[in-house]
Design a protein around this ligand. Structure first.
Ligand SMILES: O=C(CO)[C@H](O)[C@H](O)COP(=O)(O)O
Ligand SMILES: [Fe+2]
Length: 241
């Protein structure tokens, strides 16, 4: 295992009314990436037949206009996590807005992941695939082993939709399996990560750590970011001994 640790505060827990200064504060505290949760909840009573009425998550957060505004204030890697039923529709708007990583959910993209990966790359972004706690890990193997593969797997450690939920330790089996199978893959964990859960995720093999409430809710966010990073570094050193 040798991938660089990446600590990515989830801006979902920030003060959205002060997004630029919140982002700069996190980078100053040592964050590597800014994790941007893009969720859309289409209301099922909308009378537009062309719009998918299935919800992927029961929440509504930010979209390309907010990414575009934030991009004017920072050069940081914007790690976008798409919790939408139709990620293909957002490739071009997010690329134009200045997104860096584009991680879509395997559950929403069973039929078009090849086209999605190709479009994400041709728009200059890094493709990743995410999976919900109930989705078998094997569903992402074809995307990692493809001729034109994803570059990161995001293992959801809570049900997607909201920050501040309890870490689901049972999802660590997926991280262990992925790390064993793909020693140099970027593996991201997202949901309920903080000082009390980082060691289990780091020793399972995660190297990209998303943390929202534990970082933004801490009196000293820099200390939490530094602790998350040292836990990943320690686990990586132990695994190569
Ligand atoms: O994707 C997400 C929710 O769907 C968020 O990134 C995640 O929940 C982070 O928040 P916290 O660290 O507070 O759990
Ligand atoms: Fe997320």
């Amino acid at each position: 295992m040798g991938m660089t640790p990446k600590i990515a505060p989830s801006m979902l827990s920030s003060d959205f009314a002060n997004l630029a200064s919140e982002a700069q504060r996190m980078l100053h505290f040592g964050a590597d990436w800014l994790h941007m949760d893009i969720m859309i909840c289409f209301l099922s009573f909308l009378p537009f037949p062309s719009i998918s009425c299935r919800h992927f998550v029961p929440n509504l957060t930010i979209g390309a206009p907010v990414i575009e505004s934030l991009r004017k204030h920072t050069k940081a890697y914007l790690d976008c996590h798409l919790m939408v039923t139709n990620p293909l529709d957002y490739v071009e708007p997010l690329a134009k807005a200045g997104a860096s990583g584009f991680t879509f959910h395997v559950e929403t993209s069973k039929d078009n992941w090849k086209e999605l990966i190709q479009r994400i790359k041709s728009h200059g972004m890094i493709p990743g695939v995410a999976l919900k706690p109930g989705t078998p890990v094997g569903e992402v193997y074809p995307l990692v082993e493809a001729e034109n593969p994803v570059e990161m797997v995001l293992v959801m450690t809570v049900e997607p939709g909201f920050g501040g939920q309890k870490f689901m330790a049972e999802t660590m089996d997926k991280v262990r399996i992925l790390r064993k199978k793909y020693p140099s893959l970027d593996i991201e964990v997202d949901g309920g990560l903080g000082p009390s859960t980082i060691d289990v995720a780091a020793s399972a093999g995660a190297n990209c750590i998303v943390a929202g409430s534990s970082v933004f809710g801490a009196p000293e966010p820099a200390q939490v970011i530094s602790l998350l990073r040292s836990s990943v570094e320690k686990a990586q050193q132990t695994s190569i001994q």
